[in-house]
Design a protein around this ligand. Sequence first.
Ligand code: MBD
Ligand code: FE
Length: 283
Amino acid sequence: MTVRIAQTNETQALFKEAAGFANNDGNPRLKKIMFRVLNDVAKLIEDFDLTEDEFWTFADYVNRLGQRSEAGLLIAGLGIERFLDMRQDAIGAAAGQTGGTPRTIEGPLYVAGAPVVQGTARMDDGSEDDVGIVMFLEGQVVDLDGQPIAGATVDVWHANTKGNYSFFDKSQSEYNLRRRIITDAEGRYRARSIVPSGYGCDPQGPTQACLDLLGRHGQRPAHIHFFISSPGYRHLTTQINLAGDKYLWDDFAYATRDGLVGELNFREDGARGIAGRYAELQF
Ligand code: MBD
Ligand code: FE
């Protein structure tokens, strides 16, 4: 037996009132969006014959998501952040803005205000010297004609050898593995850091709980995040995802793209003053 009341005059009047249509205060755009949300939720409840238990389980889930600050993580894991990103690509393409390094998602783990360094940065605090592999990261910021951009800001952040990010992982020092590097006269930036490990959702957290019910893992390949910016240029949000990682093309957040795969070049030649094995990454 299917009972439908969502489109009746009575429930429509209720949703209009709840969305603030009866008053002249508040935000008109939000009111319209809220009315749509209420109707879509009602439709979903009726289309799937959601039980009371199912609905209140969802409400509890939203609370748990907030308690753990995992809303951004779930948005990434459900492909919504990737969708927003694809949409930005399409909007750019429609406006004739194509070419350059592909964009990809920011993810939920950026922290503003990283130390600013001219040209060359040391990103790690040395606390993983005995477990990490030293990584030299180098690249050049150029415009669409290939001309170097001096003074551009390269805001870089990545995980440690355990796949954890400073700030969110309180065991790390402040701004560990986060720097804003200002490009030199040739548009170049250079960093010494350590090779990051891939990220995994907290196995005890609400995002992984949802992924479990979808039969999915919550792993990302090892990667390095970038914001590239310079006055007069469009801001670029991107990542390098590391070749050879098991999850490179099986990323739970769908961030890997052609053109954003970087290969570590391992060396053991004593150059750069490093005893033993180290890695180079040009991008
Ligand atoms: C990450 O480190 C990340 O980059 C994304 C997109 C999602 C979760 C964790
Ligand atoms: Fe990340």
